[in-house]
Ligand binder design. Structure first.
Ligand code: KE4
Length: 440
């Protein structure tokens, strides 16, 4: 550990303005937020209202500064307000913000995606990860003529009805809604299985394969923290989907450009039939994309019978931010630098936890990571749930008071950016040591 660690923030932070704004927001917006996880329900306290962000730092309305590892839940991989992205966006905005007609920008981003993901021969832009996965599943159903889908417990693929489904009582019983408002009829077409359990999947497919349109999964599960595929799991899913002519959809909305520039599919050497992307490819603007084999993608209107559309799909601003982000990220020297930062943080956090004498499990896949407060391995939803969420909430709070902004839930991933410095990492390590010490 570097002995000249800069003092972390020691002053107790004042969140008065955030508190005032939160009370106002709750009168106008459900729960005061436009996405539930932002409400800090899992960690307590008032959510931060953000005023601005730059590089690795984010600033709240009370003037507090934080080193940011949420990075808008993944998109800000270059760091916030990267000058090259900002400048390109300003110029693009002067030409108009949306035309509802094709532009060359869509071709440029599509070709960057297809170059980075050889399994993607054709790609459709949409406006969110939810739209991407929802559309990919519809296409898989249109392509196979089958209705049922398989997903894995803990994998989050956005909030489309058929994906807000949890496992029924037994593996074979079809899903039950995981949110009110989802009709039972939607849920019954979704089978939810434990992640990393190839045997269970094999058993279900023996009985159900002829009814299954697709299997959709996060190849590294970022929505229960950071859960890695066991050796052979992804290969097994690929083998079984080929055997039964089931469409394999990799939801790389989070892992795309994060686990590696070519996503988890490059890192693990698996070629899915379809891929969903989002987050990084929009450089912080609303975006999603789904793509895959030509023979599948030609099912989509206006070419084929599967309908999908979007007013702002391929929007010039989102395309511009995505193109500029990938231009910088695609430089191998930059990607190497980014990975080195993530490795340095892994070493620092593991070392801090060991020196503080607290048992944690740290997992990382490329530039996404998670610290669990447990001393047993985490390899699926059930084992992730064994983590001590009270300890996590204490850790989160202490880190926030020391100027480190982590995801406000044990079951979310953290992210590294190109803008994070060694000083940031040293400060984070120092704050983590203090926080671990306090809760050990
Ligand atoms: P959006 O509809 O939020 O753009 O994407 C949905 C989605 C799809 N697939 C994966 C693997 C995802 O992680 C997501 C969204 N991720 C969450 C973070 N866990 C977004 C944060 C939020 O919901 O506010």
């Amino acid at each position: 550990m570097n002995s000249r660690i800069l003092e972390p923030y020691t002053k107790m932070m004042n969140h008065r303005k955030s508190k005032e704004l939160f009370e106002k927001a709750k009168r106008l917006i459900p729960g005061g937020v436009n996405s539930p996880v932002r409400a800090f329900k899992a960690v307590g306290g008032t959510p931060l209202f953000i005023k601005s962000a730059k590089g690795s730092r984010i600033y709240d309305v009370d003037g507090n500064e934080y080193i940011d590892y949420v990075l808008s839940w993944g998109p800000m991989i270059l760091g916030h307000a990267h000058p090259q992205v900002t400048k390109a966006l300003q110029k693009a905005a002067e030409k108009g913000t949306s035309y509802g007609a094709p532009t060359s920008l869509e071709i440029e981003l599509a070709s960057m995606i297809c170059k980075a993901y050889p399994s993607v021969e054709i790609v459709r832009m949409v406006n969110s990860g939810t739209e991407a996965t929802m559309s990919a599943i519809r296409v898989a159903r249109g392509f196979t003529g089958r209705d049922k889908i398989i997903k894995f417990e803990g994998c989050y693929h956005g909030h489309a009805d058929g994906l807000l489904v949890k496992a029924g009582s037994g593996a074979l019983t079809f899903g039950v809604p995981d949110s009110s408002g989802v009709p039972k009829d939607y849920a019954k077409n979704t089978i939810t299985l434990p992640f990393n359990d190839l045997k269970m999947l094999e058993g279900v497919l023996k009985k159900e394969a002829k009814n299954i349109a697709c299997i959709i999964l996060e190849p590294v599960v970022g929505n229960i923290g950071c859960v890695l595929p066991k050796p052979g799991f992804l290969e097994g899913v690929r083998r079984l989907t080929k055997k039964y002519d089931i469409v394999l959809i990799f939801d790389e909305v989070m892992t795309g450009f994060r686990v590696s520039y070519g996503g988890a599919q490059k890192a693990y050497g698996i070629k899915p039939d379809m891929t969903c992307l989002g987050k990084v490819i929009g450089g912080g603007l609303p975006v999603g994309a789904y793509g895959g084999k030509k023979e599948i993608m030609k099912m989509i209107a206006p070419e084929g019978p599967v309908y999908q559309a979007g007013t702002l799909s391929g929007n010039p601003l989102a395309m511009t931010a995505g193109i500029e982000t990938l231009k910088i990220l695609s430089k191998s020297a930059n990607y190497k630098k980014l990975l080195n930062k993530a490795e340095a943080l892994e070493y620092a956090l593991k070392d801090a936890s060991k020196r503080a004498g607290i048992k944690t499990k740290f997992y990382r896949a490329g530039t996404m990571f998670c610290t669990y407060f447990t001393d047993s391995e985490v390899f699926d939803y059930a084992t992730a749930k064994k983590s001590d969420t009270k300890k996590f909430a204490q850790f989160f709070r202490k880190m926030l008071d020391n100027g480190i902004n982590l995801a406000p839930s044990q079951f979310e991933a953290g992210f590294m950016s190109l803008a994070h410095s060694q000083t940031d990492i040293n400060k984070t390590a120092r704050a983590a040591y203090e926080a671990f010490k306090e809760i050990s």
